[in-house]
Design a protein around this ligand. Sequence first.
Ligand SMILES: Cc1cc2nc3c(=O)[nH]c(=O)nc-3n(C[C@H](O)[C@H](O)[C@H](O)COP(=O)(O)O)c2cc1C
Length: 328
Amino acid sequence: MTDLTTTYMGLHLSSPFIAASSGLTNNLDHLKELESCGAGAVILKSLFEEEIIVELDRRMNEMHSENYLYPETMEFYEKADVEDTLTSYLRLIYEAKKSLDIPVIASINCVTPHNWPYFTKYLQEAGADAIELNIFTLPADISAPGKQYEDNLISICNAVRQQASIPVSIKISQYYSSLAYTMHEAAKTGIKGITLFNRFYSPDFDTDSMEIIPAAIYSNPEDYAHTLRWIAIMSEKAGCDLSASTGVHSGLSAAKMILAGASAVQVASALYKNGISHLKQMKKELSEWMEDKGYETIEQYKGKLSYANANDPAGLLRAQFMRHFAGK
Ligand SMILES: Cc1cc2nc3c(=O)[nH]c(=O)nc-3n(C[C@H](O)[C@H](O)[C@H](O)COP(=O)(O)O)c2cc1C
């Protein structure tokens, strides 16, 4: 009999499968279904500061066109609108906490530095068990050196940590000039987890209409390798727990992430493509794989193939490239 329980950021999880932040985690019915299909935790869809700003902007424009320009009225609507988006998010946290037994992790994505701790306060008070900061920066500014993005990340971590008494994790992209250093510095701020990696919305071109269109938004089962490498390189060194995101579509890819040292795996695309009940299948596959290998608990094999523990860790770095591609 296999035991799939694990811990992530000090939270007890009944299984290592976390429902990743997405449209599947933005209403109570889905959250209940995710729990009943075996999710060990849920990460709510991110609260986007931009959503609030756009909503506020629309409301302001309406008021201008209606000539409601008295400062008191502006203030009233401003407050009412901000509270609208935020309140429904806080209600979801509150209701999820009331209805579910598994940890409920809130997620925020801000554009203004001081709003990260501002929203954190509300999410924590609504009862979230932890907070994931969805840090979504594309370093495409030629006047900004890498250090600027890294310092920005660290200052967000520090600000939120000072505000939060619940565990905080960051979900980051691979676009840091020294990913290992940045992750280590981030962990020193006291954050408890890092999720690798965020999957950016990517553009594609329509060569008939000559327009920019969205590329495929879901990952494929073979997309896990990049995350696997970084989990393996960093799991012993990061200084906090890691969770794997991108390309986890099966029990076997989850097993690989745990072998690399992940404390948990996050799943989104596989559930969009196959339905939420696919979680049951993934759990079954993981249990069967563990039975086959003689593992009863996650701890028995967690990190067995990490950079620190693997027999041939060079396979995670450049040597593999040389062996397979040199001379071809
Ligand atoms: C439709 C959709 C919506 C998403 N929304 C969010 C979001 O609000 N916040 C977030 O941090 N990640 C979001 N993600 C990213 C996922 O949480 C996940 O990190 C990414 O899809 C990679 O995992 P996967 O390969 O299992 O899909 C979204 C992904 C999808 C497909």
